[in-house]
Design a protein. Structure first.
Length: 266
């Protein structure tokens, strides 16, 4: 079972982003005018990718980003967006609605580093990673079920979902490692089981990608630096992964990162 995963790892900008105020889960701000322009640009960038599923955080800024991206798509404008609370931003408790500098001051007072510090009422990094793991395992299960359904309907020889050339049109250019899209994966995508778009948030996605790398040994582009790996995505940064599940084995996904936090569309 093979599927592509496109992740918008940070929704478009809100006025709180601009003012460096923590939103987390408790501040549910809409996109700013800049945020809608960023989502439009991401939508045009991905307009030739034929998605089979779209999932979004149920927070307003992510919902508006997902809807704007789909609105620009040539193949799946009418695809239903499924909202999932497991994709919400990390919860920052008492620090939500306050400047980022306040969070840094709280961390310093507690003798801790900012990314790993948990404010009162907030989520620990382990709790965020557990949400990400749970959601990813749900996606893997979905792909395996789709593969089985296709085999039942058409026999094992047929290609899943009639994956067409349109699904193999990618917007990547020279900022991507060509190797990830050549030979093996290019052939594999002819029996693609799903092409999934996920729209989430910066701190949450940094944890998810950390889980991919440290727990699942995700293969990274050769030109990726360590600081790029640990940095928070820009608004509407796009990451693209190829997931292979050999013989439907959910326990050992083979993950290749094609691009991380790509923002050439902005």
């Amino acid at each position: 079972s093979i599927f592509f995963l496109f992740i918008i790892s940070f929704s478009g900008e809100t006025r709180y982003n601009k003012d460096k105020i923590l939103q987390g889960q408790g501040v549910d701000e809409p996109l700013s005018a800049t945020g809608f322009r960023q989502a439009d640009a991401a939508g045009l960038f991905l307009s030739n990718v034929k998605f089979t599923h779209v999932f979004s955080s149920d927070l307003l800024r992510a919902k508006q980003t997902a809807a704007t991206i789909l609105g620009k798509n040539k193949f799946c404008k009418d695809l239903e967006i499924k909202y999932d609370a497991r994709l919400r931003e990390r919860k920052y408790g008492v620090a939500e609605g306050r400047p980022l500098t306040d969070l840094k001051a709280m961390a310093k007072a507690a003798g801790e580093q900012c990314p790993s510090f948990t404010p009162s009422g907030g989520e620990t990094l382990d709790e965020v990673r557990e949400r990400a793991r749970d959601f990813f395992e749900f996606l893997c299960q979905l792909a395996v079920e789709l593969e089985h359904k296709e085999q039942d309907m058409h026999g094992a020889a047929s290609s899943s979902l009639g994956a067409s050339d349109e699904q193999l049109v990618f917007p990547w250019t020279n900022h991507c490692s060509e190797a990830e899209l050549s030979s093996d994966n290019g052939g594999a995508s002819k029996i693609l089981d799903a092409n999934i778009l996920v729209v989430s948030h910066g701190a949450y996605m940094r944890n998810w990608i950390g889980y991919f790398v440290s727990d699942l040994n995700c293969t990274l582009p050769t030109n990726l630096t360590k600081s790029q790996l640990s940095s928070v995505s820009p608004n509407t940064g796009v990451s693209h992964f190829v997931i292979k599940l050999e013989n439907g084995n959910l326990l050992k996904p083979e993950i290749t990162c094609v691009c991380l936090n790509q923002d050439s569309h902005l």
